[in-house]
Write a protein that binds this ligand. Structure first.
Ligand SMILES: [Zn+2]
Ligand SMILES: [Zn+2]
Length: 327
């Protein structure tokens, strides 16, 4: 048997976690492989030569080849988790599965990207994103799309369903906020949660409002944090900076406090002076950010401003070329 790459770690029975390189600041994404039948891969990384090689090495170290993979479960549609889904499907004939909620919007985005782009751009422009950042959005979206191989068919999983994995039954959870249809898998007897990006140890998962997302991602996420607190897993396998973390309940409380601080900040800033979500994002994220970082900052700020508007704590008015939020 080939020696295991140092990035491969057994986390629970036949379930292994592989750290796969991605060209993003988090550096790696967790891809899980269960070697028991049905052989399952959970998440897939972005399509780059480095990621393909890392996954192949991981399979080899476990005595497997592409055709052995029988099932692929994707936690959410983001390119660093979904990117290779179509390739794994093609090489193995495996069934790709996602939460039903995610198939309708997030997964569809990769198929309809070109058609949805004008709406995506208009949404950002309507919230004040300057033209030079809109131009990079189109360019970066095109580049990312080239690294995503969408699956040809995706089977829906429903919240509350039980599925077999690593010789046990796991409950399918719906953990929205970071993505509308973010899936979690919960093994109650082992106290183990497969969390994807629903909770992360070192960074706050991006909660962004986009043209194609549900209207209140932050409201969704605060509920997800409540679910995680109540679940109180002993350990979670996470998408980045893992593969395993403990202290999920405490981390969920910390993230809740962090979002409440941001809500207080936005409420005070918009209350003082009417501003677009982009202008508010410059106040909330005053440090130097690259173009992509600025767009994430806008989407995150907007999720907070809209949450306050839906609670009746802020109003918004169309002013000239963009929406402005005010008290
Ligand atoms: Zn993500
Ligand atoms: Zn991720």
């Amino acid at each position: 048997m080939t020696s295991s790459p140092s990035t491969l770690q057994r986390v629970h029975g036949t379930l292994h976690a592989l750290q796969v390189p991605i060209p993003y600041p988090m550096k790696t994404v967790t891809v899980m492989i269960d070697t028991s039948a049905p052989v399952t891969m959970i998440d897939t990384a972005l399509d780059t030569p480095e990621a393909r090689a890392a996954i192949e090495d991981g399979l080899t170290a476990l005595g497997l080849h592409w055709p052995d993979v029988e099932r692929v479960i994707i936690t959410h549609h983001h390119p660093d988790h979904y990117g290779l889904a179509g390739l794994v499907e093609e090489r193995s004939g495996a069934a790709v599965q996602m939460l039903d909620v995610e198939i309708g919007r997030g997964e569809r985005y990769w198929h309809l990207w070109e058609e949805w782009l004008p709406g995506h751009l208009k949404h950002m422009a309507d919230h004040g994103l300057p033209q030079e950042l809109l131009d990079t959005l189109e360019l970066d979206s095109r580049r990312t799309r080239a690294r995503v191989q969408p699956a040809s068919r995706v089977q829906p999983l429903r919240e509350g369903a039980m599925l077999p994995l690593a010789g046990a039954e796991w409950e399918v959870l719906w953990l929205p906020g970071h993505a509308d249809g973010h899936l979690g898998l919960w093994n109650e007897s082992g106290g183990l949660l497969i969390a994807g990006d629903a909770v992360l140890p070192r960074i706050s998962p991006n909660i962004g409002l986009y043209a194609y997302t549900r209207p209140d991602p932050l409201g969704d996420y605060l509920q997800t944090l409540g679910k995680l607190e109540a679940l109180n897993p002993a350990r979670a396998v996470v998408g980045h900076h893992g593969p395993v973390m403990d202290g999920v309940q405490a981390r969920a409380r910390e993230l809740r406090a962090h979002h409440h601080e941001r809500l207080d900040f936005i409420r005070a800033e918009a209350g003082r002076e009417a501003r677009s979500a982009y202008e508010l994002s410059l106040a909330m994220f005053p440090r130097e950010l690259n173009m992509a970082g600025r767009r994430f900052a806008l989407a995150e700020t907007l999720a907070h401003a809209e949450h306050l508007r839906l609670l009746g704590q802020l109003a918004r008015t169309w002013q000239g070329e963009a929406w402005v939020y005010h008290g």
